[in-house]
Design a protein around this ligand. Structure first.
Ligand code: IFM
Length: 442
């Protein structure tokens, strides 16, 4: 197995605003859909909220020092739209922008590249009140906000990411209701997906031709349980919804026809207007790939996951592999298959693994996370060896954080947080990652 990634490979770690910042009422920040969702009884485990989280808003200097100590070369974080535009449009809150200016400057002083994502799920609540992502106007609002942030820090940021995992925003937020804003309206979820993609394309335009912009998708490797027609059809449907429904418009300027057919009973697609797909398919500087676990699916049964609108009889099957504490099966082979597939279908597109990691409870000696990291980096090395233009890797996550509907019960950090004291402690995985970075490989 190749042990080296080459000198230009970028080593990073990732977080997102609502998951770590806290300080939800400070410096003019407006409410987000996650504030409202977390405040609703029964939506988040243990009644947890992002009110304090990892207190990164106040401790970012300490966190950047930690990153520098690990030898990180890049830090992927997200900008909280409600800090910059508390109402989601119009008035700009300079104190919110100033926080990100300070964070970016601190990163640059430490020799760490800032990798901001514009939207990692914390939609300003007033925009949800006006219809949320199912409303076309929200796409325009994203572009307006993108231009504001770009104007503020483009002199210090080289690479931009518009959206993180639009599948989750659309289908967990508007179809299952397991994420904010908690709506269970499948037709609206399909509209939301389109407007997220349109917002991405409009944001690319708004940031101008010189901006180097990508998008991050949660992609996976989908296999049928058996070769039966039902199982093969289940795999086609889930691959369609999870992967191709986002990749095809972005990279080919068209929705996959079979998926559009699957969704006919859910929606007419009359929300797609002439020119939208051209906007969505603006050239990408890179594709961010978030991978955690593969999917093994079977057809012909009662469905187990309503997120897959248009796939009423699909269920997840057990692949018999070890699972992390959140219940996700561990299989680095899925990441290799995914990277090879992306390279064969979109050969010229530079790829970054923008999230990959594992939830385990261990305080410091997290051998499960160490192996997860080593094994997934092992297949990244193999992909590079096989010619995949994989340019970098960001571990999820730098810190333990608010894991959405699971609250603080699931821990993904290579750095442990004691939430009572906010004390940060490097786990073994952090030390191993630092060692890998220092060696430039495994
Ligand atoms: O914590 C999330 C992150 O916000 C988006 N990608 C998946 C992670 C683990 O669930």
């Amino acid at each position: 197995m190749s042990k080296s990634f080459g000198p230009d490979f970028l080593w990073g770690a990732a977080t997102s605003s609502y998951q770590i910042e806290g300080a939800i009422h400070e410096d003019g920040r407006g409410p987000s859909i996650w504030d409202a969702f977390a405040a609703t009884r029964g939506k988040v485990a243990n009644g947890d909220t992002g009110a304090v989280a990892a207190d990164h808003y106040h401790r970012y200097r300490e966190d950047v020092a930690l990153m520098a100590g690990l030898g990180l070369q890049a830090y992927r974080f997200s900008i909280a739209w409600p800090r910059v535009q508390p109402c989601g449009s119009g008035r700009i809150e300079q104190r919110g922008l100033d926080f990100y200016r300070r964070l970016i400057d601190t990163l640059l002083e430490a020799g760490i590249q800032p990798w901001p994502t514009l939207y990692h799920w914390d939609l300003p609540e007033p925009l949800e009140d006006a219809g949320g992502w199912p409303a076309r106007d929200t796409a325009q609002r994203l572009a307006e906000y993108a231009a504001v942030v770009h104007d503020a820090v483009s002199d210090r940021v080289e690479r931009w990411t518009t959206l993180n995992e639009p599948w989750c925003s659309a289908f967990l937020g508007y179809a299952t209701g397991r994420h904010a804003p908690g709506r269970a309206e499948p037709a609206q979820a399909v509209r939301a997906a389109h407007h997220l993609l349109l917002g991405h394309g409009l944001a690319v335009q708004a940031m101008g031709e010189d901006a180097r912009v990508g998008i991050t998708l949660n992609l996976t490797d989908v296999s049928p349980l058996t070769g039966s027609p039902d199982d093969l059809d289940a795999a086609r449907r889930i691959d369609g919804m999870q992967n191709r429904f986002f990749l095809d418009p972005l990279l080919h300027g068209a929705y996959p026809e079979d998926v559009v057919d699957d969704l006919r009973e859910v929606t007419t697609f009359e929300h797609v207007r002439e020119g939208d797909l051209k906007t969505i398919a603006a050239p990408l500087d890179f594709l961010g790939v978030n991978y955690y676990s593969p999917m093994l699916v079977a057809g012909g049964g009662p469905h187990t996951e309503t997120a897959y609108v248009g796939s009423p009889s699909v269920r997840y099957a057990d692949g018999g592999r070890p699972r992390t504490s959140i219940g996700w099966e561990v299989d680095e082979g899925g990441l290799l298959a995914l990277l090879l597939r992306l390279h064969s279908e979109y050969p010229a597109l530079p790829l970054y693994v923008t999230e990959n990691g594992a939830a385990f409870d261990d305080e410091v000696h997290d051998s499960g996370r160490v192996s997860y990291l080593e094994n997934h980096l092992g297949v990244c090395a193999r992909a590079v060896e096989q010619g995949v233009p994989l340019k970098g890797y960001f571990v999820w996550s730098l810190l333990d954080n608010f894991e959405w509907a699971y609250g603080y019960a699931q821990r993904f950090g290579i750095v442990h947080i004691d939430y009572a004291t906010q004390r940060r402690t490097l786990r073994d995985s952090a030390r191993r990652y630092a060692d890998i970075i220092a060696r430039g490989g495994l």
